[in-house]
Write a new protein. Structure first.
Length: 405
């Protein structure tokens, strides 16, 4: 079964084609048109700008996904009209026609309403024109299903050995997935612990009471003026500090040593909010305030950005890991899974894997390229919904920007 996935919930216009094999989905194409460069100068996503970009990009992106998957070879390419700023020429020139896609899966929420609507209306039109079923997908479910994408990446391990010590070549990880599972879902908009008892059987057992983990990364990076999105830049800065600790003679350590601040008696120490609370909820807004005060009190913070980033990142990781393992034990699960944009964080991947294996759970995490927003994950979630015949008539599919999970 081949599924076309469409994702436009925030600032990525994405389309992908996957083919399911019962246990996993193989990616035939995965096209993402990112708007990060456009939104960078504003330090965050500007909804109106994002919406306009989606309108311009959606059909060319879908067409590329179909072509890459080898599904619309029959279509004669019409002569492309020159692009203009209103997007009309681009829309008219996009060569779309009937393909051998079995169903279309599209993100219906949560997300920005003006962004979501472009993906949904396009999906509805195509489903009507091609007379194929339509599947509405919750964006968070999509992130979770990035774990069910077939991979040839040796980096991913579902074996019981630590990645550092495991020399096995995991050509693909098509192994049967073992339920129940606890999924740590961490993105720009959500931080949740989800119990998964089987395909489509989810129960949220904890979530953030204020900021999401990704949001905290983004806001802290903004405070330090080091770039957008915050997660990757904080992680890169933190890595400099961690490398300097591991390799004291490195060039970076010399730079740190030159700054007077290194002789400060007090090491940077940020709180681990709610780490020992009896529930499975999170809270990251206090951490954000703590780093703000720490920066305000430190005249030389600009010399210590890698150190602040390392501590900030570690504070988030400590809380996430402790609560995830606690949930795994409480619900007696077989597998622990990581999902969402923040799952791109190298230290989180590494440290969580270590703790998960130490506690005798199986571990699953998505390939890096499927961690942040993409349509392959939406198509994969759609494939499993299609197996359960969870289709929605195109007339009934609605945007729900606050869709609960
Ligand atoms: O899932 P995603 O692409 O979009 C949402 O659904 O929100 O997640 C984006 C979030 C951003 O907050 C970004 O800063 C964070 O994921 N992120 C990271 C990393 N890469 C992306 N956070 C920490 N470390 C990273 N390497
Ligand atoms: Zn996302």
């Amino acid at each position: 079964m081949k599924i076309l996935g469409i994702e436009t919930s925030c600032d990525e216009t994405a389309a992908a084609v996957v083919a399911g094999n019962g246990e996993r989905a193989r990616v035939l194409s995965n096209i993402v048109s990112s708007q990060i460069e456009i939104h960078k100068k504003y330090g965050g996503v500007v909804p109106e700008v994002a919406a306009r970009e989606h309108v311009l990009n959606i059909l060319p992106v879908i067409n590329e996904a179909l072509e890459t998957a080898g599904l619309n070879k029959k279509i004669e390419k019409k002569k492309q009209r020159p692009k203009n700023n209103d997007g009309i020429a681009t829309l008219r020139s996009a060569p779309l026609a009937m393909t051998d896609i079995d169903a279309i899966a599209v993100t219906v929420g949560p997300g920005l309403i003006t962004s979501l609507i472009t993906g949904i209306e396009t999906a509805k039109s195509l489903a009507y024109a091609w007379n194929i079923p339509l599947i509405g997908v919750n964006h968070i479910e999509g992130h979770i299903y990035a774990n069910f994408i077939e991979s040839r990446n040796t980096q991913h391990t579902t074996c019981n050995m630590q990645r550092i010590t495991c020399n096995t070549q995991h050509a693909t990880y098509n192994k049967k997935f073992e339920f129940p599972a606890i999924i740590l879902t961490v993105s720009g908009g959500h931080t949740m612990l989800v119990l998964m008892n089987g395909h489509g059987r989810f129960k949220t057992i904890g979530e953030t009471r204020d900021d999401a983990a990704g949001e905290a990364f983004d806001k802290a990076a903004k405070m330090m003026g080091i770039g957008y999105p915050g997660g990757p830049v904080i992680s890169a800065e933190a890595e400099k500090f961690l490398i300097s600790k591991l390799h004291p003679s490195s060039e970076y350590k010399q730079i740190i040593n030159k700054s007077k601040i290194i002789n400060h008696k007090s090491k940077i120490s940020l709180p681990r909010p709610m780490i020992d609370s009896p529930d499975f909820d999170f809270s990251f807004s206090g951490l954000k305030t703590a780093i703000r005060y720490a920066l305000e009190e430190d005249k030389n913070w600009k010399d210590r950005i890698p150190e602040y980033c390392a501590e900030f990142q570690q504070a988030i990781i400590d809380v996430l890991i402790k609560k995830t393992i606690k949930a795994g034990n409480k619900f007696n699960v077989k597998t622990i899974m990581l999902a969402g944009g923040v799952s791109a964080n190298k230290e989180l991947r590494k440290q969580l894997e270590k703790q998960v294996l130490k506690n005798n759970f199986k571990f699953s995490l998505p390939d890096l390229k499927y961690t942040t927003d993409n349509a392959a994950m939406i198509a994969t979630a759609g494939y499993f919904k299609a197996l359960r015949k969870e289709f929605t008539p195109w007339q009934d599919l609605r945007v729900d920007c606050n869709l609960e999970f």
